[in-house]
Design a protein around this ligand. Structure first.
Ligand code: ADP
Ligand code: MG
Length: 287
């Protein structure tokens, strides 16, 4: 992060290419003294207006911790997460979050799920239904307005969650492994949906994922994290053409990016694996 980048932002809605989300030297440690675990270690990067950035790293590298800090769910941390020069220490109206766990309300229909944030804000029923329908269409769920979550597949439920977050028109969409529970084919096709939405809304997005294909398929840039403590290992530009579809997965360029990032990631993932095997062995000796 250079101070020029920080200072060059203007008031109001930034132009494309201006950083809207700045993560500056963020450190988060859990527990104290000997028990302390540093989950996020001096992490810095930014997300520009309209940009799609993925944070990728092996399980346990601090991705969800970072997600929770940016989303304002973990108020105590060192360093700065800045939106419009404002330091994040609680939920911010500019940030819309989509969680890994299925989070639709089972007792509400699709349209009442999606319209829920507007209902909270007291938006009149006809207006909130109009807006909800727009986003239901955008995620490709036209015709499912009156269904209940129990009547939908996992991928459809996640699309309901995404529509429910987008309905509030967040400047920054923040997602933590939203497709982790889905099979690979569904994930690729849902990726197409996400790319279309990105195309239409120019939505500034930060996606947390451990999935390499997904990260390369969707992103303009990928932040590769190290295994615990989670540091930034590398930030890779993904110069695949847009508009993009999942067809890109078969291209040589795609393969090169995957190989290149896997090269960085493999080291970290094996470190993670070794550590958990050591823990398992120690448990067996003590157990
Ligand atoms: P990821 O999402 O990349 O799998 P997390 O951010 O969930 O990683 O976790 C990173 C590290 O921080 C892990 O070692 C985890 O056990 C630890 N951790 C996360 N949340 C807490 C917490 N609330 N209290 C203590 N340790 C935590
Ligand atoms: Mg996580």
């Amino acid at each position: 992060m250079t101070s020029v980048e920080t200072k060059s932002r203007v008031a109001g809605k930034p132009e494309t290419g201006q950083p809207v989300l700045i993560i500056d030297d963020v450190v988060k440690t859990f527990g104290d003294a000997e028990e302390a675990v540093t989950a996020v270690d001096h992490v810095s990067f930014n997300v520009k207006q309209g940009e799609f950035v993925a944070v990728i790293g092996p399980s346990g590298c601090g991705k969800s911790t970072l997600f929770n800090i940016i989303g304002g769910l973990l108020g105590e941390y060192d360093g700065n997460v800045l939106i419009d020069d404002e330091r994040i220490s609680g939920p911010h109206p500019s940030v819309g979050m989509v969680f890994q766990e299925e989070s639709t309300f089972p007792w509400r229909s699709v349209i009442d799920n999606v319209a829920f944030p507007l209902e909270l804000r007291g938006v009149a029923k006809s207006e909130r239904y109009d807006r909800a329908r727009h986003f239901i269409g955008l995620v490709g769920l036209d015709g499912f307005e009156k269904r209940f979550p129990s009547q939908l597949s996992g991928g459809m439920k996640q699309r309901v969650s995404i529509a429910r977050t987008l309905v509030s028109n967040p400047r920054i969409l923040l997602m933590d492994e939203p497709f982790a529970a889905l099979d690979e084919q569904t994930r690729l096709l849902l990726g197409d949906k996400i790319t279309q939405i990105q195309q239409e809304l120019k939505q500034t997005t930060l996606l947390i994922t451990h999935n390499l294909t997904e990260a390369v398929q969707l992103s303009d840039r990928i932040v590769v994290m190290t295994y615990r403590p989670g540091k930034v290992k590398r930030i890779a530009d993904i110069n695949l053409p847009r508009p993009r579809t999942s067809d890109v997965v078969g291209s040589d360029a795609f393969g090169h990016y995957v190989a290149e990032i896997w090269n960085d990631l493999r080291e970290e993932a094996s470190r993670g694996m070794q550590e958990s095997e050591q823990v398992a062995r120690a448990d067996r000796r003590h157990g």
